[in-house]
Design a protein around this ligand. Structure first.
Ligand code: HEC
Ligand code: CU
Length: 327
């Protein structure tokens, strides 16, 4: 009797294990079988429908052959959060490319050419399916969310400098700043105005002018923005942001006018405005880039850029407030 009961238990366990492995595997194989290996995607201005289809499903590891075709003007095809270069899509000409995804997840594809006022809305999703065991770990929440920052609160720096703070002048003061001021944590979670007030109250800066203290703030900022990330931020800004925010960051890009025509939309932010910028922490600016303005006209870039790219962009925005060396 005892032996038979054990055998029954074994059978039940084997069945459970079989279900656990077999069901996801079966679904995965089914997805593999039904996902077309070859898909034609048409590109049109966002106002005329954008990408079609804009949602594609493919199995992990399976080559996806795309035939891309622009029906109106020059567009381009790029995959978010990847190093793959964008592919130009001249009007009326088929372009073929093959993608193979090694990890399951949702990948955003988008246009990088300023094709129309609604250009940034030209986005689609490639869903890559894999066995459940391979599902990607949920990414950590962005810093602004972890800190509970309100991205939409009005900001106004209590203190602003009388001239552009300079990291080089800050370094020339010859003060040794304690590591706690220079750390990435301090940089990411404090606004320049907050750090200025902390440094002003520190015995370290006794006898120094208010301008000197601003130069020290610029020095801390420079310590956290490498020349490489500044260069990367500048390049990303030129391609993705300058059309609205302007080359000089004043919010006067070529798309700014057509943007303010909408009902909810606002003027693009002016990054040369010390009152608003110096009251913002890098985490807050990064949050705005990731989440977007939600109806204000500021696109959301979370699915487009890697985390490192968003920090590079934030670093570059500070170049409109500070003289940072090396970039
Ligand atoms: C289609 C136009 C448009 C593009 C493109 C655009 N922005 Fe904006 N952006 C806006 C508008 C409009 C605002 C102001 C409304 C708001 O804050 O939501 C804004 C606000 C912001 C803010 C908030 C500033 C503050 O003081 O709160 C940041 C940061 C920002 N943009 C960064 C970027 C970056 C970085 C890019 C490029 C990757 C970019 N934007 C591309 C239109 C745009
Ligand atoms: Cu476009």
């Amino acid at each position: 009797m005892a032996a038979r009961r054990i055998t029954g238990e074994y059978a039940a366990r084997l069945l459970a294990i079989g279900l656990a492995i077999g069901l996801p595997l079966g679904l995965w194989l089914a997805a593999r079988a039904q996902s077309g290996a070859s898909i034609e995607i048409h590109a049109r201005n966002a106002e005329s429908g954008g990408w079609s289809p804009s949602n594609i499903t493919v199995a992990v590891g399976r080559p996806l052959h795309l035939r891309l075709f622009s029906d109106d003007v020059m567009h381009s095809f790029a995959i978010g959060q990847s190093d793959r270069p964008a592919i130009d899509l001249p009007a009326g000409q088929a372009v073929n490319t093959t993608l193979t995804f090694s990890a399951p997840g949702k990948y955003t594809f988008y246009c990088t050419r300023w094709c129309s006022p609604g250009h940034w809305r030209m986005r689609g999703v490639i869903e890559v399916l894999g066995p459940t065991a391979m599902e990607m770990a949920t990414p950590a929440p962005p810093l602004y969310a972890a800190l509970g920052l309100d991205l939409d609160a009005k900001r106004n720096a209590a203190v602003t400098p009388s001239h552009t703070p300079s990291a080089a002048r800050g370094a020339a003061l010859g003060l040794t700043l304690p590591a706690r001021y220079l750390s990435p944590d301090t940089y990411r979670t404090h606004s320049p105005a907050e750090l200025w007030q902390t440094l002003r109250a520190d015995p370290l800066t006794v006898g120094r002018t208010d301008s000197d203290v601003w130069d020290l703030v610029a020095l801390v900022w420079q310590a956290n923005i490498t020349p490489q990330s500044l260069a990367e931020g500048r390049a990303l800004f030129a391609v993705n942001c300058a059309a609205c925010h302007g080359e000089g960051g004043r919010g006067d890009g070529v798309m700014a006018e057509s943007l303010s025509a909408g009902s909810n939309t606002q003027r693009p932010a002016d990054f040369t405005n010390a009152r608003t910028m110096l009251a913002a922490s890098p985490a807050l600016l990064q949050g705005k880039i990731i989440r977007g303005g939600m109806g204000t006209g500021m696109p959301y870039w979370g699915p487009i850029f890697t985390e490192a790219q968003t920090w590079s962009l934030v670093g570059y925005l500070w170049a409109f407030q500070f003289e940072l060396g090396g970039g």
